[in-house]
Design a protein around this ligand. Structure first.
Ligand SMILES: Nc1ncnc2c1ncn2[C@@H]1O[C@H](COP(=O)(O)OP(=O)(O)OP(=O)(O)O)[C@@H](O)[C@H]1O
Length: 597
């Protein structure tokens, strides 16, 4: 924790202790309690919506799962109220898994649709089913939490919920500041890029959903136990919208849900006298938050504050790859055989075979539309081939997903940059280290010393890598604010952070000026000298000729030539493919511009 955060947190603890003592009016205490409960629900939902970028419109259903679990277990099965509260968290989490597993497999608005459906079904079930949910009358006799054998007073409830809120804040803050928070942000910014640096996007989305389900379930259970009663009036579609509004209005920072919960609970209490106005106001606020404050109230306030000057983290000596290959012309690092990919009538990969040797720099060239990027996508697991086989360091990776391919040691960059632009340069590189960080979910949530040590070591390593790539001074800047040439360099550094054995570069010099291209050539040479095998797609022939040991030429999805740069340069089939002329009309490729896209 920084000094500022420690002070702010200490102030919040003091306020949480004193605030309930400032009033004995039960109505006022209930408002504070309600704000605390909404904060709990929204804090988890913020992980899903604000951090991982998934929208849910049915979290009232998960609120209900927690509320009815605690109600049924205490009122009908006679469970201890504290145990029932824990069970509510578990049951809501299980519902979260059940919803997330199928709905997060597909892209687009499917999660929103499934969650709307879930919310509506839950509302109908608890309204219509007399047994066990008591129909519209609901369930009476829900046991209140007790302390020292006595049910909690209203003031006791407020202390309890504020204590839960502060603990939740601390845990989520620790979780979001580390590898999980970065991975969720990466998923939100560019799923394909996140997957290509070893983040299992699907698993991260499911995890975010489960976190949101658990906090919503606890919030629901607290409402049922404090009221000692629950019915379907608590669980309407409006609640789902309200929770989403708290998150969007508060903003996606760690304190956003707290700001949103306080402001909107007060507004809700104020507008209670005019129910007709309530929904109109929420709709208007939602529109206002979306259009005028895309970063929510917390983002707007943060922009007004002068940013604190941060010191650059220390590096950890010279950067070196963990799995350097010796240069060996007689062994094979990657063998691709008879690869094929068709998109309808277009066949960008047609029976392509390829051998990559450890420690070598291979180049893949060919005219526009020859199928180079498609081949790179297949090798990196982003596109599944229709036929053929790829064996990499003894593993058949033909049908593996990109994150698994990355974990085995293949990293890549993209023709069209895919950085995480709102994240810092340092965090972009730290996402690249994700597959090598061992700390588990609970270690990060509880900020255990093992997780903190690993995080410190990761930062030091990322700084060393940034120094290697010439980006050290830019470490704390937003990646999207770097000049284009440095963004390309950063994407390369992020790929290196995954500690690849094989680095795939898709047109790394695209859009660079001659000086930047020269610097990039130098960087690729240094990477190769460190023992990392490279496969490079490039249209800049001078770069290809300067760094490659071996060149493969594609045309119309087929391999038409391969060999040393000099041999390929003089090959009449290659010249014909580039110039689109007959073999006997061709001259050797000696002008870089002749091949430039
Ligand atoms: N997802 C897709 N759906 C349909 N067609 C595709 C898809 N991806 C690639 N193609 C087509 O496959 C062909 C090869 O594309 P690819 O991007 O692999 O070529 P390239 O050699 O990398 O070209 P460039 O040098 O211009 O980047 C093109 O005709 C392209 O339109």
């Amino acid at each position: 924790m920084t000094k500022n955060h420690t002070l702010a947190f200490a102030a919040a603890v003091v306020a949480a202790v004193l605030l309930p003592l400032a009033t004995s009016n039960d109505f006022h205490l209930k408002i504070i309690f309600t704000a605390g409960v909404y904060y709990l629900a929204a804090a988890g939902l913020n992980v899903l919506v604000g951090w991982s970028g998934q929208k849910s419109l049915g979290h009232a259903g998960l609120f209900a799962a927690g509320a009815y679990t605690s109600a049924l277990l205490t009122a009908q099965a006679g469970w201890n109220a504290w145990l029932a509260l824990a069970a509510a968290a578990v049951v809501a989490g299980l519902f979260g898994v059940l919803i997330a597993l199928p709905s997060l497999r597909v892209k687009g608005p499917s999660l929103s649709m499934v969650t709307i459906g879930f919310g509506v079904v839950v509302e109908k079930v608890v309204t219509e089913w007399q047994v066990p949910f008591g129909g519209q009358q609901g369930i009476y006799g829900v046991a209140s939490l007790s302390w020292g054998g006595q049910p909690l007073s209203m003031r006791g409830w407020v202390w309890l919920v504020l204590g839960f809120a502060l603990a939740t804040h601390l845990m989520l803050r620790a979780l979001l500041a580390g590898k999980f928070g970065r991975a969720w942000q990466a998923v939100q910014a560019a799923e394909v890029a996140a997957e290509s640096v070893g983040v299992n996007v699907y698993r991260m989305k499911v995890l975010a959903f489960v976190v949101s389900a658990v906090t919503c379930g606890v919030a629901g259970a607290l409402i049922a136990q404090q009221n000692q009663y629950i019915n379907s009036d608590f669980i309407s579609f409006n609640l789902s919208i309200f929770l989403l509004l708290v998150v969007l209005f508060g903003g996606p920072s760690v304190v956003g849900p707290a700001l949103g919960a306080v402001v909107l609970t007060l507004l809700d209490a104020f507008l209670a006298r005019w129910p007709g106005l309530q929904h109109f106001t929420y709709g208007a606020l939602l529109l206002f938050a979306l259009y005028a404050m895309p970063q929510g109230l917390s983002g707007t306030l943060a922009r007004l504050r002068k940013p604190a000057k941060q010191a650059l983290p220390e590096g950890a000596g010279d950067w070196s790859p963990r799995f350097p290959s010796g240069r060996d012309a007689s062994s094979v690092m990657l063998q691709a055989e008879h690869l094929r990919k068709a998109y309808g009538g277009v066949v960008p990969t047609h029976d392509v075979s390829l051998t990559l040797k450890p420690g070598h720099v291979h180049a893949l060239i060919g005219p526009n539309g020859a199928g180079k990027t498609t081949l790179l996508n297949i090798l990196s697991g982003i596109v599944r081939p229709d036929g053929g086989r790829i064996v990499f360091t003894g593993h058949d990776i033909t049908q593996r997903r990109a994150s698994q391919v990355c974990v085995l040691g293949i990293a890549r960059t993209f023709q069209n940059l895919k950085l995480f632009p709102a994240m810092s340069v340092l965090d972009n590189v730290l996402v690249g280290l994700h597959p090598h960080l061992q700390a588990g979910f609970f270690e990060c949530l509880l900020s255990l010393p093992s997780a903190r040590r690993e995080e410190d070591a990761a930062r030091a390593e990322a700084m060393s890598l940034l120094r290697f790539a010439g980006l050290e001074e830019r470490a704390l800047e937003a990646a999207g604010s770097l000049p284009y040439g440095l963004q390309r360099r950063l994407e390369l550094a992020r790929a290196l952070a995954t500690h690849p054995r094989l680095l795939l570069l898709d047109e790394p010099a695209a859009g660079l000026n001659p000086q930047e291209t020269g610097a990039l050539t130098e960087l690729i040479r240094r990477i190769a000298a460190k023992g990392i095998t490279v496969l490079l797609i490039e249209h800049h022939m001078d770069l290809v000729m300067a760094v490659s040991d071996h060149v493969v030429v594609l045309d119309h999805g087929q391999k038409i030539a391969e060999g040393t740069p000099a041999a390929v340069q003089a090959d009449p089939r290659v010249i014909a493919a580039y110039l689109g002329v007959d073999d006997d009309e061709t001259a050797p490729i000696d002008q870089p511009q002749a091949c430039a896209a």
